[in-house]
Design a protein around this ligand. Sequence first.
Ligand SMILES: [Zn+2]
Length: 153
Amino acid sequence: MITGCSSKTDSGSAEQKTTSVGAVSSPSAAAAARPDSPWSAFARLMEGNKRWVDGSLQHPHRDPGRRQFVAEEQKPYGVILSCIDSRVPPELLFDTGIGDLFVMRTGGQVVAPIVTGSVEYGPMTSGTPLIVVLGHTRCGAVKAAYKATRSTP
Ligand SMILES: [Zn+2]
């Protein structure tokens, strides 16, 4: 499931906002231009996932300049709720770096009130434009839940 949290369209303002931060003008900061719409955020995730699939990872936003850039504040462009399964770490699957995503992981990406609050944190405090609930194949948690419903009289 993918949910957008904004109706804004891309107008280049993300680049303007990032560069107007001023203090950091490294290539990493330029690459930090945050997508400001659900569509552009999703496109960024898909670009990273393509690199994952192709084996052409860039490992963006992990250098000292990026760490300095996000030390003052964070404005991730995506919220990911995914499974705890060790085979599906969102940061790796989408080839992202520090400050790119808010990630919550529960078995079978189950949502409970405490998780809901964490999912809402990014959109509420940082204007994060995209929420993704990321399922996967061969999920042990989903399989166990299904099995439990079948064994109940
Ligand atoms: Zn799973």
